[in-house]
Structure formats: C-alpha cells, structure tokens
Write a protein that binds this ligand. Structure first.
Ligand code: PXG
Length: 474
C-alpha cells in the first residue's frame, strides 16, 4: 500500500477546501473569536474586522469579497519572485514526498540543505561560504548573538560582550531581536531584555539633521557616534555592531554614502564584528544580491530570511565570513540549534526560489531596468508634491516622507496620524503601501512590470493627494 498523495486525491482535497469556504462575515467572526494578530490592537481590530485575503498571483492579491489589490509591499518585504510560482510549490510537494523532515543535529545532513548551502556560497560575496539555518529573521539575529559571543570567547577575549545597535532599527521580535532593535514602543512592553546591548542614533537625515548639515556630513557624524560609544564602553568590551544596510521597517531610511565606510573603518580599528541584517535588503531588493554590496562594505556576518524563500515557507539563515567561520569551526561545540534548522522542505523551496532569481536574471533586471524605472517614476511624480519632503530608495524599495513643509524639512506635528490617514486611503484604493509614522513605504515583488509600477505609483499619488486634501495642504 502506498502512502503517496496522488495528484487526483490532492486536487479533490483542494476542491473540498475551496467549496468549504465561508462568507466574509463568518471568517471575520471566527477570526475575532479565536485569532490574536501580531502587532495589533485586537479590541479595535475585532470591532472593525480584518480584510480576508484568499488568493494571490503575480503582484496581485484577492480578498474574500472579490477585490483585486496590488501588493506594493511584496507581502511583508518578502515575496521577491511574486505570488503563484509553480516551481516553488512543486519543489515543496516533491520534497514532502521524498523526505518531509529530518534533522541536522546528530551527525546527519540531507541533500536539500547541502545544495542550498552550496548555492548560497555562490550567490553571496566570495568570503561567505558557511551558513547556519533557522526559521525567521528574529531567530537569525538570536543566532548572530550566539556566534558573536562564541567567536570572542574562543579567542580568549571574554570581556567582549557588548553589541551596539541603532535606535529605530528593526531586528525582529524575539527577546534578543526586540532588544537589538531600537523600537521604543517594543522595549516598553518587554519586561526583560537581553543584557549588554546599547543603541546609537540612526542616520535619518530628513528627521534629525541640523539645518546646515549636508546629508554626507550628517551621515558621517552619525557613524562617528559608534566610535564615541566604543570609547565610552571600552573597545575591549565591545563585541559587534549590527545594522540594516538601509532601515526597512523604520521607514526605508537610506544613509548617505559616507555612512557605511565609516562604520566599517571604526569596526576594523577597534576589532569589532560588523553584522549586516540583510533580512529585507537581501536577495535583490536594491538591485544587488545583498544591500551591503550596494553600500560598498564587507560585513563579518549577514542575517538572511524573507527573500531567501520569497516567503513561500519560513526560513532564516546566518552567513559567516571566512574569518568568523574558521574560528567557530575550530572552537568545539556550538550549542545552538532549532528542530527545524535546515528543514528539508524549506531548503528545497529556498533552492527553487534562488534558482529562479538567478536563472531569470531577476536581480539584474532590478538593477538595470525595473528599479531605475520605479525610482524615476516616483521622482517624476512626487518631486514637487506639496506634502512629500523626501523620496528615498534604490532598486525596488522606496520611502516617501510626508511633510508639512517639504522645503524646510518641517514634519507634521501629528506624523503617525498622517501616515495612518494615507495608509487608509491606499487600502480603500486597493493598494498595499505601508506607513511607518509619517513615511510611506513601497517594496513590490521584484517581478513587477512597468504597467504594474504605473498602477502602484498612480494609486499612491491618489492616496497622497487625498491625504493632502484632508489635511488642507493642497
Ligand atoms: N531583521 C529585519 C531587518 C527585519 O526587517 C527581522 C529581522 C525579523 O524577521 P522575522 O522573520 O522574525 O519577522 C525583520 C522583519 C513591517 C515588518 O511591518 C517588518 C518585519 C517583520 C514584520 C513586519 O515592516 N521585518
């Protein structure tokens, strides 16, 4: 007797699921009755009801009422190859039949995780040849801390324990991820945090530069805060600096070109590991495979997730530069791992996803064609808009700063409310565009077409125009 799920049986099952679907009202009632959403005010959400997303294809989503929505955020910055790629579904289906699970703890391994590691070694910059796997970006950053401490302990530098991060950075929502991140509202809700983590200011020019500073001077000054912090703590006590090459959830904050070279110089000078959190920037978002390549620096560790599988299944990873890998490999037991480290199905999907990104030259297209088209379209549309003060980004990621007086860099007093107003206009116009405070963010799937970009930008303009009218600013 065979336990294989045959195609016909599978289709029958899929149809059964389809025909069992409920009305929007029923879904909302059940959701309110039993489901706690992430980062949500559940009382208020349950009163208004969630939008029920039922399917997706390419860059479009459909809700339970039949509305077609264009996804300007690639889910949560992750669906790089777009929705509905059969190659990824097939890879998962085949792997589930062949070997749905086995671990990599006790002297065992399996083909998908071996192939994935070899392919990542090809796609990442040359010194990255070793990868550790987990299920998410948060776990990736937890793993980073474990590696950093093991690295220094193995070299008898036991006092190197402090990690420097940035205010308004985002590194995940586990206790370590939340502590590393610089989101004050998360810290307030965390009764305990990981010790020895300190924050410096972010390179947010529009919001925080002084009147006479150029973007380059400001970014340099912000980078030099790292040196000041190291001298304050003592270089012998600082283990690592971590940052997103550009801040994603914090508002698509793009530092000027002076920032990362200075951060790298300081890290090297004081013998401090440099960690690039590539969870959003990795796998093509900027037009380079990894965002640190866009900014021209060489990290010691990279955190990966999201675009690794294009979000089709959960997976995270940490890439180790040779100089770190060598020490970890020779340092005895590394006492860290998760049941699903290197999960075969996730690894098979990641492989299929990375092959698509590589073979269809999706990343190159972001760099030379669709990315420049998107950036120009945004600048042509919003350069003189009465409430847009800055257009940040490169490739297929952008942040639009809403401002009361763009020329004077004066922000709205009630910035967060302004972003929410604009986000609601987008929602009603069937565009997904995220708001972070008073910045509107876009990060569409990397396979987006020019016509689809035109649709995203014209819907974004309609929403921002409506916001300006509601605020009496247009
Ligand atoms: N690092 C970075 C840079 C991230 O953006 C994480 C780590 C954590 O990854 P996981 O897989 O544990 O969520 C992230 C996640 C938003 C939003 O609304 C952003 C993220 C997650 C959820 C929502 O912008 N980024």
């Amino acid at each position: 007797m065979s336990y294989r799920i045959e195609e016909a049986a599978y289709m029958q099952h899929a149809q059964a699921v389809q025909s069992a679907s409920r009305s929007t009202a029923e879904y909302r009632a059940l959701d309110a009755a039993h489901h706690i959403h992430p980062f949500s005010d559940m009382g208020s959400l349950n009163r208004s009801g969630s939008r029920v997303i039922v399917k997706a294809q390419g860059v479009y989503l459909w809700d339970s009422e039949g509305n077609r929505i264009i996804d300007g955020m690639a889910g949560l910055w992750c669906v790089n190859v777009g929705y509905g790629r059969k190659e990824l579904a097939d890879a998962a289906y085949r792997q589930m039949q062949e070997l749905p699970y086995y671990n990599t703890f006790f002297k065992t391994t399996h083909p998908p995780v071996i192939e994935l590691s070899a392919l990542l070694a090809e796609l990442t910059p040359e010194p990255f040849k070793h990868f550790f796997y987990c299920n998410s970006g948060s776990e990736g950053n937890d793993t980073v801390l474990r590696i950093v401490y093991q690295y220094w302990t193995a070299q008898q530098k036991h006092t190197k324990k402090f990690v420097v991060s940035r205010k308004n950075g985002y590194h995940g929502s586990t206790i370590a991820g939340g502590t590393l991140g610089g989101m004050g509202y998360m810290h307030e809700q965390m009764p305990s945090k990981v010790g020895n983590i300190v924050h410096i200011d972010q390179p947010y020019f529009f919001g925080e530069a002084q009147d006479k500073q150029t973007p380059e001077e400001f970014a340099l000054a912000r980078a030099q805060q790292l040196e000041a912090k190291i001298l304050e703590i003592g270089a012998d006590k600082v283990a690592a600096f971590i940052g997103e090459p550009f801040q994603g959830a914090g508002g698509v904050i793009f530092p000027a070109s002076t920032y990362w070279p200075e951060i790298q110089r300081i890290c090297r000078k004081y013998d401090i590991l440099l960690v690039a959190d590539e969870v959003i920037g990795g796998f093509g978002r900027t037009g380079e495979w990894f965002a640190h390549q866009h900014f021209g620096f060489e990290p010691d560790l990279i955190t990966l997730a999201k675009g690794l599988t294009s979000g089709y299944v959960p997976m995270g990873a940490v890439g180790l530069h040779d100089r770190v890998a060598k020490v970890i490999i020779e340092s005895g037991d590394f006492n860290h791992g998760l049941t699903y480290s290197g999960h075969p199905v996730a690894a098979a999907v990641a492989l299929a996803n990375l092959r698509l990104l590589r073979d269809e030259k999706i990343v190159e297209r972001v760099k030379t064609d669709i990315g420049p088209y998107f950036q120009k379209k945004l600048r042509d549309t919003f350069a003189h808009h009465p409430i847009v003060g800055e257009i940040a980004g490169v490739g297929l990621v952008a942040g639009l700063q809403l401002a009361q007086d763009p020329a004077a860099r004066r922000r709205f007093a009630n910035g967060g409310d302004v972003g929410t107003i604009c986000r609601d206009f987008c929602f009603n116009g069937n565009l997904i565009m995220r708001a972070t405070g008073d910045r509107m963010l876009l990060s569409p799937p990397l396979v987006v077409s020019k016509i689809e970009i035109d649709e995203i930008v014209s819907k974004a303009k309609a929403a921002i125009d409506s916001t300006a009218r509601q605020l009496g600013a247009a």
